[in-house]
Ligand binder design. Structure first.
Ligand SMILES: C[S@@+](CC[C@H](N)C(=O)[O-])C[C@H]1O[C@@H](n2cnc3c(N)ncnc32)[C@H](O)[C@@H]1O
Length: 512
């Protein structure tokens, strides 16, 4: 929640649900044919959801509310007394992360309604607040490799809590109905579908979080029914809580979350990898002030305002995501110091190839050594990532990860120097203009656009990812468009991928 100033409220994601939203949510849930025998609100706050659920399902035999904030719980208890239902409702002052949930769950008759609005806060926000309101094991989705190293293991606390709810329903029947970010709902669904949790149905009802919480997020009421038969990997999406009809259905196909299964199913034969055309990300360097340069008459000016007459040998025209998005692709605003041709390549030879550049790097060695990400540890000094032979081919077909539309652009070299990109740009590298124009044309076809769009969640921060692009089999696309001959001619120009042995040979020869 972006507008919040109070740090305690932020720490506990403490934004109580307005009664009106809780009531509207219950109206939606009541329309589903469910008759809960028990109700559980795992972070109940002052109880708007718990009270609305008890009112909506008066035949439920047991109700439990758990909350960490004593004052909230006391307010709830007073409401229960005022409504004459205090004896039938158990209220527990406890920490979600310390609770023995199996003990609580074992006492609840089925079907169970687990309902509420868990805290909307991320572990990195909590880190900033030095809060311990966290699950003990924070890398809970076992992220590893580059994602874990680069800190992508940031997650929403509500996601962790919702994944706990999934555990509760492994052997039990019931329904989970939670307010959360739509992105959290999707992540939880992917997890449930991938790991075979007994989901019978799923629904996402969007609502206006700005209106109810003054929060600029894509939020929803997320409803999942669990049972031991008729499993489904589809989720109906309603554009509003009051909509009777779903606007579309998202689902899980071929191990991937699909944004629109009707469109995807039309083109799913295009789903597959294409060994000949490999998508790449631009260069990662994490030190823009030193590595990104502007051309001046007397040299290259860095982000610290210092101009130096660097040799041209390691300098390449740079197109950033914003350049690609705004079609500023003929001339470039910036240049990048590209210190390696391959990841891990020794950089010592720069001293002899380009002494001024070497001196410049030495002068800025502290800034480069301070780069936070551990991917730079135990690497040659001044290392970068996202480089290879493909970086230095003369044409590219590129798209920005921040694009809000599927549009690919052919990009030529600038002054005979191959264009390079930042790491939010994805591209295919090409040996010739013909190749680049052909690939751009077929990638911009309505078929490719439909196929890719069926898997894109446009409200994501970076809707277009390299994983998404890799799902399109470009050979199959060319065949679908009746352009397979051009495709064959095009891929014949692509050099064989460099093998590990040839890379090693090159490293030895460059360092000699
Ligand atoms: C977004 S508010 C929603 C409250 C309530 N569910 C509602 O719908 O109005 C989140 C609630 O979670 C509680 N909370 C945060 N961390 C908790 C924890 N570790 N254990 C239990 N409750 C917690 C907060 O105090 C707050 O009342």
């Amino acid at each position: 929640m972006v507008l919040l100033k109070n740090s305690r409220a932020c720490e506990f994601g403490d934004f109580q649900t307005p009664d009106d939203l809780a009531r509207r949510s219950l109206q939606v849930i009541k329309q589903l044919t469910i008759d809960p025998k028990s109700i559980l609100e795992p972070t109940c706050g002052r109880g708007s959801f718990l009270l609305a659920a008890i009112a909506a399902f008066p035949t439920a035999q047991q109700s439990v509310g758990v909350e960490i904030n004593k004052t909230h719980l006391e307010a709830l208890q007073q409401q229960l007394i005022a409504n004459g239902i205090d004896l039938s409702v158990q209220t527990l002052h406890a920490d979600f992360f310390q609770m023995d949930w199996s003990e609580i769950l074992s006492q609840l008759p089925e079907p169970i309604l687990v309902i509420g609005n868990p805290p909307w806060v991320t572990n990195s926000m909590l880190g900033g607040l030095q809060s311990s309101n966290l699950p003990k094991k924070s890398n809970f989705q076992s992220l590893n490799g580059l994602d874990a190293l680069t800190g992508k293991s940031n997650f929403d606390i509500s996601e962790w809590m919702l994944l706990q709810h999934l555990e509760w329903f492994k052997q039990r029947t019931g329904i989970m109905a939670m307010l959360c970010k739509a992105s959290v709902a999707r992540k939880v669904l992917v997890y449930a579908w991938k790991h075979g949790y007994p989901t019978q149905s799923a629904r996402i009802y969007k609502f206006d979080a700005m209106h109810y919480f003054r929060a600029a997020v894509d939020a929803c009421l997320f409803v999942v029914e669990f049972g031991q038969h008729s499993f489904s990997k589809d989720c109906l999406v309603y554009d509003d809580l009051s909509d009777a009809q779903a606007s579309h259905t998202l689902g899980y196909r071929n191990g991937v979350m699909i944004a629109n299964i009707v469109v995807y199913d039309r083109w799913q034969h295009l789903h597959g990898s294409d060994e000949k055309c490999t998508w790449r990300s631009g260069i990662k360097h994490d030190c823009a002030k030193v590595m990104e340069l502007e051309k001046r008459t007397d040299g290259y000016r860095n982000g610290n305002g210092i101009t130096i007459a660097l040799e041209n040998i390691y300098i390449y025209p740079l197109f950033k995501s914003s350049d690609i998005s705004n079609n500023r692709i003929v001339t470039c605003r910036k240049y990048l110091l590209v210190t390696q041709h391959l990841v891990g390549e020794d950089t010592a030879h720069i001293e002899y190839d380009a002494p001024i550049t070497w001196r410049y790097l030495q002068d800025n060695a502290d800034a480069l050594a301070k780069r936070g990400s551990s991917i730079y540890q135990n690497r040659p000094p001044f290392s970068i990532f996202g480089v290879g032979d493909y970086t230095f081919r003369p044409w590219k077909v590129a798209i920005s990860g921040f694009y809000k539309k599927v549009v690919f652009t052919a990009i030529r070299s600038v002054d005979d120097r191959p264009a390079v990109f930042d790491d939010t740009v994805y591209f295919l590298s090409c040996g010739s203009e013909d190749e680049a124009v052909f690939l751009t044309e077929i990638l911009n076809s309505s078929i490719a656009t439909e196929f890719l769009s069926s898997m894109i969640f446009w409200n994501d921060k970076r809707p277009i990812t390299i994983d998404l692009l890799k799902r399109l089999n470009i050979a199959a696309l060319a065949t679908e468009l009746g352009r397979e001959n051009e495709y064959v001619a095009c891929v014949q120009q692509i050099p064989e991928k460099r093998t590990k042995t040839s890379q090693k040979r090159r490293k030895i020869s460059t360092s000699c």
